[in-house]
Structure formats: C-alpha cells, structure tokens
Ligand binder design. Sequence first.
Ligand code: IDC
Length: 480
Amino acid sequence: MKLLPRPSRRTLVMAGAVGALTVAASAAVPVASAQAATGCAVTYTTSSWSGGFTANITIKNLGDAVDGWTLGFAFPDAGQRVGQGWSATWSQAGAAVTARSVSWNGALATGASTSVGFNGTWSAANPAPTAFTLNGTACTGATTPTTPPAPTTPPPTTPPPTTPPPGGQTPVAINGQLRVCGANLCNQYGRPIQLRGMSTHGIQWFARCYNDASLDALADDWRADLLRIAMYVQEDGYETDPAGFTNRVNALVDEAEQRGMYALVDFHTLTPGDPMHNLARAKTFFAAVSARNAAKKNVIYEIANEPNGVSWATIKSYAEQVIPVIRANDPDAVVVVGTRGWSSLGVSDGSNANEVINNPVNATNVMYTFHFYAASHRDNYRAEVERAAARLPLFVTEFGTVDYTGDGGVDAASSNAWLDLLDRLKISYANWTYSDKAEGSAALRPGTCAGSTYTGPGVLTESGALIRDRIRTPDNFPTA
Ligand code: IDC
C-alpha cells in the first residue's frame, strides 16, 4: 500500500508576511582549503512584521566534511540589519552578513545540515538575500525538500494514517483563544479540550533541534497540538542573555503559530527552587513576551516550572506578582502556575492538593502545574491527580516516560496508565523532550538533530515511539 501525502498543516496565520526562499542549482566551485565545503545548499525563511523579522536558515553541506564554517550573504536592501542571532556568531558590515559556527555545530559531515537564525530589523523593504556562501564557496546545490517524501511502504510500527482534521484545520484554527472554564481548559466554543504535545529540551543547549524540518514533523507527522518552549533561567539560560533568550522564545512562538500549534512559554526555573529568586527576571521577561505576543491566540504562559524547597504560600505570592504583568498586556491569556515539590501538587513534599484548593491564586484564567516521571511516580500520584482534577484546572506541562532524572528505561505500563488517565480527564500534556540528547526521556535518537529527517519511526527512541503513537491519534476537538 502506498501512503498518500497528507496536506501540510503549515499555515500562514500571522499578521505579517511569511516568505520562503530556496537557493538551488548545481555546479560545485573548487576551493583552496581541504577544510572548505565544495558545495552547499541554503534555505532562508522569514517571518516579518512591521519593521522587524525573524530569519531561520538551514545550511546543508554538500561538499567534504568541514570542521568550522562561515556562512556569508548580502542583504538586498540597505535598511536590513541583523539583531540578536542564535546558533552562530553573527556580524554585519554594510550589507554583508557573516555567521560563524559555534562549538557544537561547527562539524558538518557531507550531507549534514544545521540551522541558525536571527531577529532583524528592516525599514524600506525586506527582500530575502539571493546568494549564499559557505567557507567562501557559492551555495548552489539542490536543497533538501522541506517536506520529506512519503514512505512507499507503511513503517511497521506506525498505525494507518488517520483522517486529517476537518478542512485540514490546525489545533489553533479550530480552538482559537483558550480560557479556563471550571476545572477545564476550554476552547473558543467554551468546550473542554485536551492539548497533547512535546516540550523542547533547554533551548540554550538544543537550539539545533528546533528548525523548520523538526517543527514541520511535530505538527504534521506527530500531529502535536502544543510546543512547550523550555527556557531555563539558570544553567546558562535566560539570566546570561535576557534579550537574546526573549527573542528566541518569540521566534519559536511564531514557528508554532505558523503551524497552528499552541506555544507554552515555560519560564524554566529549577535550581534554585524558590521562584522569588527570579521574580525580577520573571517580570522583565513576561512583560516583554506578553507585550510582543498579545494579539496571538496560541500563547500560554507557564510562569515557574518546578518550585522546590519552598512553601505554597511563597509560590502563590510569586504568581500574584507575575500574573498582573502579563494581564496588563494580554488580559485573556491562560497562565499556568507551578506547584510545591517540583510541581507535584505538594505530594513529593508529603503534602497534597488541598493547600492549593483551600488557598488558590487570586486571579482568573489560571491553571496549576502537575509533573510526573512515569518510572518514579505511580499510583499514589495518579490518585491525587484524579482527586484534584475535580477541583483544580490542571496542566501537565512536563512529564517523562522514564525516572525523575530524565534518564533510564521507559516504563511503558506506567506511562500508558498516566496517559489513559490524562485522556479521560482531558488534562493537557507536554512530554519531556523533543530532542536528541542521549538520555532515556529524549524522543529522538542521538544525532537526529545533525541531520534533516525528523519524520517516521526511524528517528525515534523507545520513548519517542510510545509518545508519538499517543499524540498522533485524532484530536476530536468540539467545534460548536
Ligand atoms: C533535565 C534534563 C537533563 C539536564 C537537566 C539539567 O533531562 O538533560 O541535564 O535537566 O537541569 C525536571 C526538570 C527538567 C529535568 C527533568 C529530568 O523540569 O529540567 O531535565 N526533570 O531530570 N523535573 C523533573 C525531572
């Protein structure tokens, strides 16, 4: 049986223009250095708005393996400027832009790709550059298609394709602006829904895993409803470069929006566990992100990943200081608040959900975080979630199929018991992680993010295969 290619879920729903340019041809140009590429292909995609834009660039090395590369191109318009960039060291002289590889993406084997990007500004016009060089060699090679061809035979572990949503509509197109109703997350029709998706790993470490191909796979192959953007605050995260991380989060919000997925903006506090340590940073970050994204329907704010070593009263006080900052810009957005004991509703500290039920955050449109790792957290945690879900709107913003270290073997029985419970209670979830880290919780096999293929079971770990099978079943969102 031959599988038919499904319609792409990628839609252009943002206010500004979205353009894609592919530079392709043939002819390899000889180069002086054995280290230099002898051919390359570049895809340059932008999302732009009045005066600003995000550029995502995929570089494919078609020549000899290189260890360290420099990408060059020229802006066509004099008013175009590179601002904050990522995954490369960026510089601009006149119209000429240069991006130099960083430590983790300098090695590019023959046929390998890497993705970089930047946020820029423009004044008169914002045309895409038309020529690129890699290590001085013109990039005239054929590019990888952004949508990989459909497999000719069904992969053995993949169920038959399910019917796409009505009219090929995306989760955001169907559900629109979300709000909390009772103890549920509800869509624009006021009906309870469950969102199912994936969390990034720390974007300070795994930016290479979040590119056009991987996000297309998440939306179209996994049929995910949700991308959680895990922005660590410590551990080389936000605190080291607030403007840069804010821009990277915003760029991923746009990427999710373009594919009709919700974006869960995770202020990933972990160590130290007291969110008050990051109160000033949280206010600065959420003021910027909520102002920039106020008009979007796909943004959900998660203000503290896993409070630990701290009382519920302190977490509540933190929430009541951060939420007004968001509401001032984006009054209707759903906000998710972390709970005591690494977002265990207090259970991991010997408490339970009553401390929240009896003393909820003084704000509307708020949900509460619950996290679990299936090989560590079992029946007593499931019982408390079921009990609490009758009273509190819960959101599983992070969970693993493995133990609480994020590593070790998959506990399929416990994972499926958890997911059956969440499905029955319509509790939304994001799985840790959509990355290729060599640890049990990662969904992608090590090395996947150095390539350009993210679809199908071949790139998946045991955890990834289990979770993808769960996420890609039809959503059945109410439409009236
Ligand atoms: C872990 C990652 C690991 C990384 C570590 C750094 O899996 O690769 O080295 O963070 O702090 C959480 C946290 C989440 C943890 C995850 C697994 O929210 O940051 O990720 N976990 O330990 N809570 C419970 C488990």
